[in-house]
Design a protein around this ligand. Structure first.
Ligand code: PGA
Length: 250
């Protein structure tokens, strides 16, 4: 029997929001998702983590940060360490979102350091992977995914890993991967993990991200190797995100 993986619906707010929006979204979410079959997590900007911790304290909704420093502590102006995140009650942290890779030139080496810091502090990393449109056009999708994934496939790292496959061309564009396009990459990722550890490969969740909306979520989330979603734009709209949190597999 294949283990049943609990779906994770995660909200990546990116650099959006305010104290007011944080309150409105989270208070609404806490009430509307009571008893949810899915795990729910939110990723607000750093300044709203304290408020998030406060609002979500008595709920099963988890939260995390969108990034972290590769350093432990010290003279790194503007950086936020893994231990600060755990201190604020973070459970997850996103690592290697395509916007970080593209706008901050985050390399595999740097992401490995961040992953290590997160793991050492007991944070659960969500490793984001995805190819650009030109890489897809050049038939490089599997090669790119493999190169982003391979450095992290060590026994130490696999234990608490979640993956988010987010084709860059689908992020914020309204252009979602078709179910076939998503499934084939998710299956490839799981196969690569299985080459290292087949029992963990069945347990690790692989989320899909990129223009997930209430009208396409059910089909995507029902794919055999899709275990939920990382949601950007739609996670800032209370009713849409609540609908996504309530989506179950067909
Ligand atoms: P999107 O963003 O849902 O707005 O496409 C997803 C993401 O970047 O995590």
């Amino acid at each position: 029997m294949m283990p049943k993986r609990k779906m994770l619906i995660a909200a990546n707010w990116k650099m959006n929001g305010s104290q007011n929006l944080t309150k409105t979204l989270l208070e609404g979410l806490a009430v509307a998702t009571q008893g949810s079959e899915n795990e729910i997590a939110v990723f607000p900007p750093y300044p709203y983590l304290a408020l998030t911790q406060d609002i979500l304290r008595a709920t099963p909704i988890r939260f995390g940060a969108q990034d972290l420093s590769a350093h432990d502590e010290g003279a790194y102006t503007g950086e936020v360490s893994a231990s600060m995140l755990t201190d604020m009650g973070c459970y997850y942290v996103l690592i290697g979102h395509s916007e970080r890779r593209a706008y901050h030139q985050e390399s595999n080496e740097l992401l490995l350091q961040k992953y290590q810091r997160a793991s050492q502090q007991g944070l659960n990393p969500i490793l984001c992977l995805g190819e650009t449109q030109s890489e897809r056009n050049a038939n490089l999708t599997f090669q790119v995914i493999n190169s982003q994934l391979l450095p992290f496939l060590t026994q130490d790292y696999l234990a608490n890993m979640t993956i988010a496959y987010e084709p860059v061309w689908a992020i914020g564009t309204g252009k979602t991967a078709t179910p076939d396009e998503a499934q084939v990459v998710h299956a490839f990722i799981r196969e690569k993990i299985a080459e290292k550890d087949s029992s963990l490969a069945n347990k690790i969740r692989i989320l899909y991200g990129g223009s997930v909306k209430p009208n396409n979520a059910r089909e995507l989330f029902s794919l055999p190797d899709v275990d939920g979603g990382l949601i950007g734009g739609a996670s800032l709209k209370k009713e849409e995100f609540i609908q996504l949190c309530r989506t179950t597999k067909i």
